[in-house]
Ligand binder design. Structure first.
Ligand code: FAD
Length: 411
């Protein structure tokens, strides 16, 4: 690295850090701007995101799609840089975004590389010097700013933006060390830091493992030990050899894992056929006569699944319905509409798309993303205690919070 001082240093050249750099430079081109990243290859996470296509944002983004810190603070930040501004930002750099039926927006090139390239270009055009691999090991508050050190040497800076991400996909460089840096500057980290948007595992011998590859729309619901419904998501659900994945499972994972830490008796229920109520299904099974449960259930469910569910409830799928006992019918209705999932765990940080927990939003001023505990420090992106649903919401948080931090530090 050929500099030892910058007006503004940014730790982390991920989505939030590059966005903050672009806006800090645009706001005040006279300031010297250095972005440090520990990774050998920049933007590894962006490149794999959205299945390699980068789901940049969503048609409709409100604070309701997020968990973690106060919804009010999240709304304030999101309003400062909305979806239309995101679209306009990329368009001005020559990147068109297309809307998909799910509400997700992707670059028309269907390549995450397009997004990474323009983010790097925007930061460099704003005169940011991007230095890597320059992992920041320690950071100290000095009387006139900050000192940052690593095995590459040291850098002094008047202002600092922490954009180190959280702990998801550690091989991309986001290994959680940013939390230690935030702590060193006086911040706390939420008591709970756990993987979100993460596939859930089931015991190896669970019948769902044998349905590996099956995808269908289903509803997942977290229920408290007393039976109270806490939260539910409906969407595509994928059976795998280890358990369950797909958007609905990823969305519910953080709520289930969080609730389970409060109360180990919470349960996760799966409704394979959300369009059918348990009462209607029960009545339809009772009225089968000589027709088979396979014929009835196959109207809404794949045959493999029907056979699996029938086997679990002791019902012969091909036998006339009048032979089904009351107990068997009740068991089958329950398995179809409210199957309790004995979740054994999750797939961990290497697979989780985002981090639940981080620097509490109460310690950050949402109108500037400035730290309330350390003057001259700003924070943005996933390091904050904010995690969004699947669908482009996490990037929209990175853009909005990066924008607010960038323009504020530039002023
Ligand atoms: C597989 C996968 C797919 C995803 N797909 C999508 C999607 O399609 N849409 C969506 O909205 N979200 C998606 N996400 C989530 C989204 O990528 C993140 O929320 C977002 O990238 C967070 O941006 P960030 O800049 O805050 O952190 P990061 O992207 O994690 O970047 C942090 C950067 O800081 C650097 N760093 C960390 N510590 C240090 C240090 N001590 N010194 C120097 N540098 C450091 C890291 O190397 C890294 O480059 C996906 C995530 C994953 C893992």
């Amino acid at each position: 690295m050929n500099v030892d001082y910058a007006d503004v240093a940014i730790i982390g050249a991920g989505a939030a850090g590059l966005f903050a750099a672009a806006w800090a430079g645009r706001t005040n081109p006279k300031r010297t701007l250095v972005v440090l990243d520990g990774a050998q290859k920049l933007g590894a996470k962006i490149l794999v995101s959205g299945g390699g296509r980068c789901n940049v944002t969503h048609d409709v983004v409100t604070e309701e799609a997020y968990a973690g810190g106060s919804r009010n603070a999240i709304r304030k930040v999101l309003r400062r840089f909305d979806v239309a501004q995101t679209v306009a930002f990329f368009q001005a750099l020559g990147v068109e975004l297309k809307h998909e039926a799910t509400g997700k927006l992707f670059p028309t090139t269907d390549s995450a590389r397009t997004i990474l390239d323009v983010l790097l270009m925007a930061a460099r055009r704003a005169n940011a010097q991007i230095c890597h691999p320059n992992r920041v090991a320690t950071v100290n508050r000095e009387p006139d700013g900050f000192s940052l050190c690593g095995d590459w040497g040291a850098l002094r800076a008047t202002s600092l933006i922490l954009a180190t991400g959280g702990k998801s996909l550690p091989k991309s460089g986001s290994d959680g060390h940013g939390f230690a840096l935030a702590r060193a500057l006086g911040h706390s980290i939420t008591e709970r830091v756990f993987p979100a948007l993460v596939p859930l595992t089931l015991p190896k011998d669970h019948f769902i493992a044998a349905l590996s590859g099956l995808t269908l729309p289903a509803t997942l619901e977290v229920r408290a030990g007393n039976g109270k419904k806490l939260v539910a998501f409906t969407g595509s659900t994928l059976c795998t050899h280890f358990g369950l994945s797909g958007p609905a499972v990823l969305d519910i994972s953080r709520y289930f894992l969080d609730a389970q830490m409060d109360d180990p008796t919470v349960s996760l229920l799966l409704n394979w056929w959300p369009a059918q109520s348990s009462e209607t299904l029960d009545a339809a099974l009772q009225g089968l006569g000589w027709a088979t449960p396979l014929k009835l259930l196959h109207e809404g469910l794949p045959e493999r699944l029907v056979r699996g569910l029938c086997e679990q409830s002791g019902v012969d799928p091909g036998a006339p319905g009048h032979q089904i006992t009351r107990e068997q019918r009740k068991a089958l209705v329950r398995l179809v509409t409210a199957l309790p999932l004995p979740i054994s765990g999750h797939r961990g940080w290497n697979v989780a798309e985002v981090t639940a927990g981080g620097v509490p939003l109460g310690e950050i001023d949402p109108s500037t993303m400035a730290s309330r505990v350390c003057p001259g420090l700003y924070l943005c992106g996933e390091i904050c205690d904010v995690d969004g649903r699947i669908g482009g919401y996490n990037y929209q948080w990175a853009w909005a919070s990066g924008y607010v931090a960038g323009v504020s530090v530039g002023r």
